[in-house]
Design a protein around this ligand. Sequence first.
Ligand SMILES: *Cc1c(COP(=O)(O)O)cnc(C)c1O
Length: 416
Amino acid sequence: MTGTAAAVENSPIRRLADWSAARLRDLAAEYETPLYVIDIERVRENAARLREAFPDAAIDYAVKANARRPVLEAIAEAGFGAECASAGEVVRACEAGFSDVRYTAVNPPSRDLDRVVELADDYDITITIGALDTLDRLEERGWSGSLYVRVNPDIGVGHHTKVRTGTDPKFGIPAGRAVAAVAEADERGFTVEGIHAHAGSGILDSEDLAAHRALVERLSELAGEIADAGIVIDAVSIGGGFGVPYRDSEAPLDLDALARATREAFSADARLGIEPGRYCVADAGVLLTTVNTMKPTPETTVVGVDAGMTVLARPALYDAFHEIRSLAADSGGRETVEATIAGPVCESSDVLGRDRALPAPERGDLFAIGNAGAYGYEMANTYNSRPRPAVVALDGADAERCVRRETIADLGRYER
Ligand SMILES: *Cc1c(COP(=O)(O)O)cnc(C)c1O
């Protein structure tokens, strides 16, 4: 294969229509639905594009986007570090082979700190603090290793207010107090390796790019003030939030433009760090679900499916949009109807899509839901005592079940 062919193949987005309907039908037949499918080869392609756009940056994968083992192993093999949101993610990242692991402690439960400090004996772990009193809690545990200080930049980016972390006081130390916080950590004997901020999730268009640029400038200024205070830091991490187009009508993120804007705005005398989560995995995954009920109503046709908000929480949680495609083999010949695709949970927010034009669905049809690789399985839960779905990982022609379907018996396991 020539270089050009490889570049064309590694396109900036895999659309839902690009997945082979026949293969997805086979997987549903073998593993049943609801089923998450994650294509590891696509994860590698996404990682490769990020590396190409940011050749000199430290890239840490935000594990919370998808922490399934084959995903973590592929990303660790690509040479990325891991950005973790809990002790559980730290454990999973270490076990999957990441050599550089960061725990970003947001109001860290004591049990998390205990476990992470214990793991730091055997693994290279850095801790990001978002409040000064975390220093006390780390000292109490005899830990004074490498730290990042999380800054609240007061700049937010995001597809929904619920994902704009950059302006939410919950996250990070206010920018105006960040230099003092770095100085205090330094005086108390911690090694302050860098500063960090994460503005939110879903940078896609030029407006988001402007906010991103402002974030990078603010962090660069802070790094300058820290240097003026006589403290040397090695790294400035600007967080993740690289968006993917959830709608077919949206253009993919121009990664090179984002990288260029980042370089132009970055003036710190330190290594740039990025923490993409969604971008690595979103379009590498689809969710398969089966139509179980067809109900004409005066308002719309309600299409009942076997996956709802407990399987894919994003629509209920953030009003997130996911494309829905019928995989019925004969769907080409059917008339188009407007439908509401709803799950089996007794909540009115349990709707995966409204007013969708689909080839007239029939009971037993298979649907694929696009861009389900990020924050899909990770957010699955057991509300309504509904077992969580299975996950199958593809790699080339191979398919392997990497998470088995939970059973109703599993749900009662911890009860007496
Ligand atoms: C969630 C998160 C990310 C990744 O966000 P994406 O939108 O998935 O890229 C990066 N850094 C931190 C600290 C996060 O909490």
